[in-house]
Design a protein around this ligand. Structure first.
Ligand SMILES: [Zn+2]
Length: 396
């Protein structure tokens, strides 16, 4: 890791202006959530936003985050459907809650999440999920294990969840099984090989196996990226394929984001490189990110205009910024700054405005909280707010 800090991407005056803009917008947003009857995940994500912004200054009381957590718990006990995903689902939520209220909020969310994982493992044979389903569960299990390495419960859950992921990701016929329900083998972070690779590398780092599947995943991603060294036919994306069609044709990503496109592929490669201490893999991550950054201006207007965390500029800013921190590559610094300015400029547009009948999604992936959280990472907050977006220093 270089000495670069994400705060270096903004001048002090820009930083002050951005902080005051986010505080103003987020106050209104959180007022609206607290005064309404939000779904549990909306309340939990709002709690995370309040907590992170609270760490930036005195105007934000941490009891706001606690109240929002309690609202989320009430919605859960009222039978709100429980989403079993990382971003915005119970696995991510239990992690969020522990960060905000280590002593608990009247409901043991970690126990709820552990219970969901145990149920899913028990029904795995009867109801085999896809690799993407299991990536989220296994990632949660690895973090539970890392939190309490000597506790046998999380270790057993993590080992089983990782084993299921590894089995799905290896030993399969060509094309490998990073395949969606539509028959395409995906490369990116939402459901693809880059996410599998990052997961398996973390599992090995945590001493939970993951073994040979790592080489297969790394080799497959590198091979697909190399095949796409020249522009894809009819290419509209950032130059890194999103998927391989059943007939073997490479398909361009419709946009350049975390879920599909170069930044997410580079992100998965970099996370794996850090976990494995693999210099060659880190250099591949840098090259993928630089290629995506260089071609990003060729995105179709609609894709370039998306500011969200999952598919748009907020996520790109975070990923290019963290990759710049890790590699010191000046191309990535420029790309992070451009993406950050785009995301910050779009913040006001993405506040839900119910009085106008405009129902924008209010989620981490596709809404204001994720956008505001990503942008606030450039204001000098310690740590990061979700393991999915964590990038540790490269081992010495
Ligand atoms: Zn997306």
């Amino acid at each position: 890791m270089t000495d670069n800090s994400l705060t270096d991407l903004l001048r002090p005056r820009e930083r002050r202006a951005l902080l005051s803009q986010i505080e103003g917008l987020a106050t209104g947003y959180l007022d609206g959530i607290e005064g309404g009857s939000p779904a549990s995940h909306v309340a939990f994500e709002a709690a995370l936003l309040a907590s992170r912004l609270g760490a930036l200054g005195g105007r934000w009381a941490s009891d706001r985050a606690h109240r929002l957590l309690e609202i989320g718990c009430r919605a859960l006990t009222a039978g709100n459907p429980l989403r079993r995903t990382w971003l915005g689902g119970i696995f991510g939520v239990s992690w969020i809650a522990r960060g905000i209220a280590p002593g608990g909020v009247g409901m043991d969310l970690a126990a709820v999440a552990d219970g969901c994982l145990a149920e899913d493992l028990a029904s795995e044979e009867a109801r085999p999920g896809t690799v993407p389903d299991w990536i989220g569960r296994a990632l949660y299990a690895i973090h539970r294990h890392e939190e309490s390495p000597s506790s046998p419960g999380p270790a057993a859950l993590a080992t089983r969840a990782v084993r299921i992921c590894a089995a799905r990701a290896s030993g399969a016929a060509v094309p490998p099984r990073w395949v969606g329900p539509d028959g395409r083998a995906y490369l990116g972070h939402a459901r693809g090989a880059a996410a599998s690779l990052s997961l398996l590398a973390r599992a090995r780092h945590a001493g939970l196996g993951g073994g040979e599947a790592i080489e297969e995943a790394a080799g497959w991603v590198a091979g697909v990226v190399a095949q796409a060294a020249s522009p894809l036919k009819g290419e509209t994306g950032d130059g890194i394929p999103a998927s391989v069609a059943p007939d073997g044709r490479l398909e361009a990503a419709p946009f350049s984001g975390w879920c599909h496109g170069g930044p997410g592929v580079a992100w998965g490669l970099a996370q794996a490189a850090v976990a494995l201490g693999d210099v060659a893999l880190l250099d591949l991550a840098r090259r993928v990110a630089c290629r995506a950054a260089a071609r990003g201006t060729e995105l179709p207007a609609a894709a370039a205009a998306d500011p969200t965390l999952c598919c748009g500029s907020a996520g790109r800013a975070l990923m290019y910024g963290r990759l710049w921190q890790l590699t010191g590559d000046a191309t990535l610094r420029g790309a992070a700054r451009a993406a950050l300015h785009h995301a910050a400029g779009d913040l006001p547009e993405w506040l839900p405005r119910n009085d106008e009948g405009l129902a924008l999604p209010s989620t981490l992936q596709r809404g204001f909280p994720g956008l505001a959280l990503a942008v606030s990472e450039f204001l000098g907050l310690p740590g990061s707010w979700a393991p999915l977006f964590r990038l540790d220093p490269f081992p010495a």
